[in-house]
Design a protein around this ligand. Sequence first.
Ligand SMILES: [Zn+2]
Ligand SMILES: [Zn+2]
Length: 303
Amino acid sequence: MSGTGGGSSTGEPAVDRQGRDLPLDAHVHKDQSPDSNVPIDVYAALALERGITELAITDHVDFDRRDPAYDYVAFSERERTVRAAAERWAPLGVQIRFGAELTYHRAWESDVRDHVRRHRYDYTIGSVHDWPDSPYTRGRVGAWASGRPIDEVVAPYFNEVVAAARSGLFDTIGHLDVVKRYLFPHVTPGELARHPEALDGALKAIAESGVALEINTSGLRHRVRETYPATWALVRYRELGGHNVIAGSDAHRSEWLAWGLEDGYRVLLEVGFASLAFRRGTETVQVEVPDRLRLPSVASARA
Ligand SMILES: [Zn+2]
Ligand SMILES: [Zn+2]
């Protein structure tokens, strides 16, 4: 299998890395996220053109006032925008779900709980980011990573992921090991892969809680050059009994919609997940991975 050992998950890049004919891109940011200026109709038109039949719009919601998506766009305004677009595009063949990517930390868990109690989303991703007081901010991460064992370096991050999984607040845990992005190049994906035990607690908590684990393909275009999480972590998740998975591109620009997503689906198949399985609000959803992806890609045929 390509990608085990922490290198690139996909081998050589294909010419067109933006996916086509896929059933779902479940992680998309538009212009109601502070870090995107893409109108929803641009994504929807692209999805239609490329045969991506379902999008989950997951604009950021932050809970620490120092973070950019704190109080950024009111829930009602986001809901109105996404639901109106969903009505416009459903007859054309693109399903649009109203979701959010909620930044999690135990410090503000009660605020997240309050938020999801008061507001009904179709779909929620809980993500741990480099919170303002974390050791992973640009000014601190170099000193934090130097001279410490890797397990200790990543522990503050994964402790929050464990708590996010156990909180029961989310449908999905987003970009599980994105801490490797913050740590790069002080700790490389290869070094992290040599310490799989560092992720075990988080993978166990996700498998046990039943929250879905996202394969997020944005890492393929970041310097880490592998998905979040890495293939080996998905293998371990499956060994631990995890069966709920979902895939998203984490697009913030139109050219990133479904970017690397076909590779993401292919990795899921290689690991043994023939379908996406996740919770969407109160329903349990299963989405088959397209059969054509069973054929080896040019890149993995070469590997
Ligand atoms: Zn995120
Ligand atoms: Zn995101």
